[in-house]
Design a binder for this molecule. Structure first.
Ligand SMILES: [Zn+2]
Length: 209
């Protein structure tokens, strides 16, 4: 018969198993657990790890958007390039201030933050389609907000460290006009919040058939 205590005075495993409730064992050192309990604990840990990594991969796959900050504007065949005075003639003072001088309209004051009509938002400078009403959501910020652009290649991103903040500036890919900023605190499905200035855009209402 196996002695309940070995020469060191420590209880042997069989004695511990027979006298200590399993519930109590779960709070003790793993060394005292039975092989069945070890298998269960290991399996639980593996399942938890797999679930965690599945969640992480889902979260990153959720974005699906390539919001990459660039130093230079993308090259396009249809690029619109104008002088400052040409832009001033073409745009309203507020459009010019926002698009060409990185201005920001006051919150809850723009034309589109509360616009719920179906349609497409075009760049006010070059009329490139930028955002769809389908991707618009109420962010509560007072600026029109979208989860993604109509086409990824229609906007580009630049690092903006002005006003003591570290932000991602959104620009029109055709005329390089300043549109607003992108934040990674948006809702599903992308997790991005495209925060736009109303006067950087014009709205094209969807025609009913
Ligand atoms: Zn444009």
């Amino acid at each position: 018969m196996e002695a309940p205590f070995d020469h060191t005075g420590a209880p042997n495993a069989r004695e511990v198993r027979s006298k200590v409730p399993i519930r109590e064992l779960s709070c003790r050192n793993w060394a005292f657990a039975t092989s069945k309990e070890l298998r269960m604990k290991t399996s639980f840990l593996i399942t938890s790890c797999l679930a965690y990594f599945a969640l992480i991969s889902c979260t990153s796959a959720q974005s699906g958007l390539d919001v990459k900050v660039q130093d230079k504007a993308p090259v396009r065949k249809d690029k619109v390039v104008k002088t400052d005075s040409e832009w001033q003639k073409l745009l309203t003072p507020l459009q010019y201030k926002i698009l060409r001088n990185k201005g920001t309209e006051a919150a809850f004051c723009g034309t589109f933050y509360d616009n719920h009509l179906d349609g497409t938002y075009l760049c006010a400078g070059c009329k490139l389609p930028l955002f769809s009403s389908k991707d618009k959501f109420d962010s509560g910020t007072g600026w029109p907000s979208f989860t993604k652009p109509v086409k990824e290649e229609n906007v580009w991103y630049r690092s903006d460290e002005s006003h003591g903040m570290n932000r991602i500036e959104i620009l029109c890919a055709r005329c390089d006009g300043h549109l607003g900023h992108a934040f990674d605190d948006g809702p599903r499905p992308t997790g991005w919040r495209y925060c736009l200035n109303s006067d950087a855009m014009v709205f094209l209402k969807t025609k009913r058939k």
